[in-house]
Design a protein around this ligand. Structure first.
Ligand SMILES: Nc1ncnc2c1ncn2[C@@H]1O[C@H](COP(=O)(O)OP(=O)(O)OP(=O)(O)O)[C@@H](O)[C@H]1O
Ligand SMILES: Nc1ccn([C@@H]2O[C@H](COP(=O)(O)O)[C@@H](O)[C@H]2O)c(=O)n1
Ligand SMILES: [Mg+2]
Length: 209
């Protein structure tokens, strides 16, 4: 069990170490490979992976009062109000002993971005952007077979539209601030990870610092 000091640190800074957590936003279109690459990064670099989509799906399963609203939004490929998603992310960060996180699929729009910064005071260390052509993403999503209610062609088209109209501007916002690390994501999984590794190598991390 954590001490009183740990609890106070979590309240103020979000982690038991008393420091603000290190956060990397992992962005890219639906099916660009964010979750797949995050699993490798966790294994090699000790980050904790928080997928906003996974947290929202878990909230539906938990029977929460927001469950039906979230389910409807996901079926339509729409973006859930920031207050709901940020609360889930904050709780996940505070409940975790780690102090470095990959936040996958968030921020998805300008509202997500501005609200997260305002509520948590956290700026991402950098943004990992998986750049992949739509036809390759569509092929991957239709072949994913994980029983996701949004992996059907009708919802996929809506998700692509939301990505172009609402999520790309967030990537452009960080690009203008020199924070985007772009990965060419249309290659085989291992080759994509070679590019990712170059971003996370100790030399690259020193340059970021
Ligand atoms: N480089 C790759 N080449 C071929 N298939 C891939 C590659 N990366 C991931 N996949 C496959 O594509 C599908 C989508 O990958 P993943 O779930 O990682 O994407 P995502 O960006 O997290 O998608 P979403 O935004 O829908 O959560 C999965 O079935 C995965 O195994
Ligand atoms: N910040 C976010 C992230 C996700 N959603 C909703 O979840 C769906 C699935 O997200 P994935 O990252 O797992 O593909 C997404 O289409 C949104 O409906 C959200 O609202 N806000
Ligand atoms: Mg994913």
């Amino acid at each position: 069990m954590g001490s009183v000091v740990d609890a106070a640190n979590k309240e103020i800074n979000g982690t038991a170490s008393g420091k603000k957590p290190t956060v990397i936003f992992v962005l890219g279109g639906p099916g660009s490979g964010k979750g797949t690459q995050c699993a490798y990064i966790v294994e090699h670099y000790g980050y904790t992976h928080l997928s906003a989509g996974d947290l929202l799906r878990a909230e539906i399963k938990s029977g929460s009062e927001n469950g039906t609203m979230i389910q409807n939004m996901i079926k339509e490929g729409k973006i859930v109000p920031s207050e709901v998603t940020i609360k889930l992310l904050q709780t996940a960060i505070q409940d975790n002993g780690n102090d470095k996180f990959l936040i996958d699929g968030f921020p998805r729009n300008e509202e997500n971005r501005a609200a997260f910064e305002k509520v948590t005071g956290i700026e991402p260390k950098f943004v990992l952007f998986f750049d992949c052509p739509e036809e390759e993403m569509e092929r991957r999503l239709l072949g994913r077979n994980q029983g996701r209610e949004d992996d059907n062609i009708e919802t996929i088209r809506k998700r692509f539209k939301v990505f172009l109209e609402s999520s790309l501007p967030v990537i452009q916002y960080y690009e203008a601030r020199g924070k985007v690390r772009k990965i060419h994501a249309a290659k085989p999984i291992e080759e994509v990870f070679q590019e990712v590794k170059a971003v996370f190598s100790p030399e690259a991390e020193k340059v970021e610092a």
